[in-house]
Design a protein around this ligand. Structure first.
Ligand code: PEP
Ligand code: MN
Length: 640
């Protein structure tokens, strides 16, 4: 049962409820949600719920209808985010786990680890105990394999996961792995589940070969009842009558499971298909289904692999796959999980390393109210835990970074339908102390948002930012032709406003985070006319904070600004330099220079050449030709 606590419950009252339930024989877990704090009580005992309901500080008691309790969405509404070392799995991120089926030797695991890390994997997999169909097949290197896997994980800064097959190995394995893997064949090995659960460590729980979703969630319940709340589910294909693939990938299980449980679910296209060429398309299908990640087998020399060679990707195929996943992420409202940014080795001190990984200590400014798309971009760029500073205006958001009130600012620079956000470029020109250290992309999905329980026929007025109203014109014309369209200063602000009004005849158009934040209802989802609607944001910082955010290896874009003299061919001359150096220009914009009528500042974005010297030469050449010149930033673009 779920014991919902009153907002004002005292610590003493809470302790009393807890002890009462424990004494009755329940396992009690406290779950702090966005709205409520609850105590989940599960166990073999049954009591009259009214005895708990009458205790001071208790708001209500709700039974859990499902046989799995701790794992159920009823128990916890928010998504669980599983933390494996520095990596997070769950929420709005897609984590890519990769590595060989089995660890074979030092060189093999080191080579593969290096290539998957470079391609964008955040965790390394590798079996040391292999439950094989044939007793004569390679059974894995055992503890020796774990030692090698750990070395590779440490060398390339990735947490590791490996399959545990026997309860007696659990203690030993806990010394090596960051996350246990329970294989499909062992999903219902309850003694193993209990032993692994007791460690409290993260667990990747594969779905059994012929397990129903309920049986799978019951296996997760075993782990949770034994002591861990860090469970990641993994759909890896089930046995059906179809023989064309090794198993049948049950993609539809992903959204089903997400409704039933708060635990993250990922997919394994390698064991699902058993066929190399199908791994990439099925990985994309897994991500498109809403999964929080994929686990993929990769081998440097698949034809010589000791196990599962035919389904292992070549490193180059894996690299292409991560690129494709990254491009798909914004479509499903997610972003690719990256190893958290750390300072370059030479600058790293212990304290700084801690600081850079601890996002709760970082403040990020954005323009708008809570629930805005900019807030989403900020959270995606950093972490859910980051401290947010909503600012009334663009210039307030810039000033917050300049003054040190915020370490970073996340500001929109361009929308695929609305075009450039001039405020951001103009303010960037006025703030030479700030640089662009990153870029984030968010898909703008509009929704019709109302007071809960409103029917569409009741709506007389719709509030939103003019762009929101414009981008949903076809929907409004068809579904709400008579409703008045009222422009508002921003989309999330419109939701805040209608929430305050509390009038069912008034609706807003905005993103779904705003609806959740203000306790409103999404009446119609995805009502924009053109679904290819993305906003790109710059992440800005003062110079001294640059290196914490950006990761040198991933830098792939540069932004520049310059002005030229008023003579024929002056602009052409600069642009030609860019072309002559073979550098690809991705954006060109001009803005008037305040105080200098009819003079313009040009903004350029470039694809950063892989040879740094080319970029340095280019900047020197432009500097020589231009009247003014500034490198606004060299950064990593998250767009495909
Ligand atoms: C594996 O991941 O190496 C494995 C054996 O997978 P499964 O248990 O899903 O067959
Ligand atoms: Mn395998």
């Amino acid at each position: 049962m779920i014991v919902i606590l009153k907002q004002g419950i005292t610590p003493q009252e809470k302790d009393k409820v807890r002890s009462f339930l424990s004494e009755k024989g329940f396992i009690v877990k406290e779950i702090v949600g966005q709205q409520d704090t609850v105590l989940g009580a599960v166990g073999k005992v049954s009591i009259d719920p009214r005895t708990v309901e009458l205790m001071p500080g208790v708001s209500s008691v709700v039974p859990i209808s499902k046989p799995y309790k701790l794992a159920s969405r009823e128990m916890k509404k928010e998504d669980t985010i599983v933390q494996v070392g520095k990596v997070k799995i769950g929420g709005n991120r897609v984590a890519v786990i990769a590595g060989p089926c089995a660890v074979e030797n030092y060189d093999q695991i080191m080579t593969i680890a290096e290539s998957v890390r470079e391609a964008g994997a955040v965790m390394l997999r590798g079996g040391a105990f292999k439950p094989r169909t044939s007793p004569y097949a390679f059974q894995g290197l055992g503890e020796e394999g774990l030692k090698l896997l750990k070395k590779a994980g440490e060398a390339f800064d990735m947490p590791i996961t490996s399959e545990v097959v026997s309860p007696s190995d659990v203690k030993m394995m806990a010394e090596y792995v960051d996350m246990f893997q329970i294989g499909a064949r062992n999903m219902q090995n309850f003694e193993l589940l209990k032993e692994v659960g007791k460690t409290g460590m993260p667990v990747l729980l594969k779905r059994g070969l012929s397990a129903t979703i309920e049986e799978w969630l019951m296996a997760a319940e075993y782990l949770m009842a034994s002591g861990t709340d860090q469970v990641v589910l993994c759909e890896r294909g089930i046995r059906t009558y179809e023989k064309a693939t090794r198993n049948t990938l049950d993609c539809s299980a992903i959204p089903v499971v997400q409704k039933l449980t708060h635990l993250p679910v990922i997919g394994d296209p390698s064991h699902a298909t058993g066929i190399r060429d199908m791994v990439a398309p099925m990985s994309l299908a897994i991500v498109a289904s809403g999964a929080s990640g994929v686990i993929v087998e990769v081998h440097n020399c698949p034809e010589k692999a000791l196990s599962d060679g035919p389904q292992s990707l070549f490193p180059s195929q894996f690299k292409k796959l991560v690129h494709d996943i990254q491009a798909l992420c914004p479509v499903v409202g997610k972003s690719l999980e990256k190893i958290p940014r750390v300072l370059p080795e030479s600058m790293k001190t212990q304290q700084e390393e801690k600081k850079s990984a601890d996002f709760s200590a970082i403040t990020v400014s954005f323009q708008g109210v809570r629930g805005a798309f900019s807030e989403l971009a900020a959270r995606r760029s950093f972490d859910e835990d980051v401290q947010l500073l909503p600012c009334h205006s663009f210039s307030d958001a810039f000033d917050a970074v300049s003054s040190g009130k915020a370490k970073y600012g996340v500001l929109p620079v361009e929308n695929t339908l609305g075009g450039t956000v001039y405020d951001t470029l103009d303010l960037l020109a006025m703030h030479p102390e700030l640089t662009v250290v990153g870029e984030q992309q968010v898909r703008v999905m509009h929704n019709l948002i109302t007071i809960p329980g409103t029917k569409i026929e009741e709506i007389r007025k719709v509030y939103s930012h003019p762009q929101g109203l414009q981008q949903c014109r076809a929907f409004l014309d068809k579904e709400l032709p008579d409703a008045e369209r009222v422009p508002f200063f921003d989309t999330a602000g419109a939701v805040e406003y209608i929430a305050k009004l509390g009038d069912k005849s008034v609706a807003a158009i905005a993103g779904s985070p705003a609806a959740h934040y203000y306790g409103m209802e999404v009446l119609r989802q995805g009502i924009e006319t053109d679904a290819s609607n993305y906003t790109r944001f710059y992440i800005l910082a003062r110079e001294e904070n640059e290196s914490i955010y950006r990761s040198q290896a991933e830098l792939n874009k540069a932004a520049l600004s310059f002005s030229v003299s008023d003579e024929p061919g002056a602009l052409m001359d600069v642009l030609k330099t860019i072309a002559d150096d073979g550098v690809n220009m991705t954006k060109l914009e001009s803005r008037p220079i305040p105080g200098k009528p009819w003079e313009y500042l040009f903004f350029v974005e470039l694809q950063l050449p892989s040879d740094k010297a080319v970029f340095e030469k280019l900047t020197e050449e432009i500097r020589a030709k231009a009247v003014s010149f500034r490198v606004l930033g060299v950064y990593s673009s998250v767009i495909g």
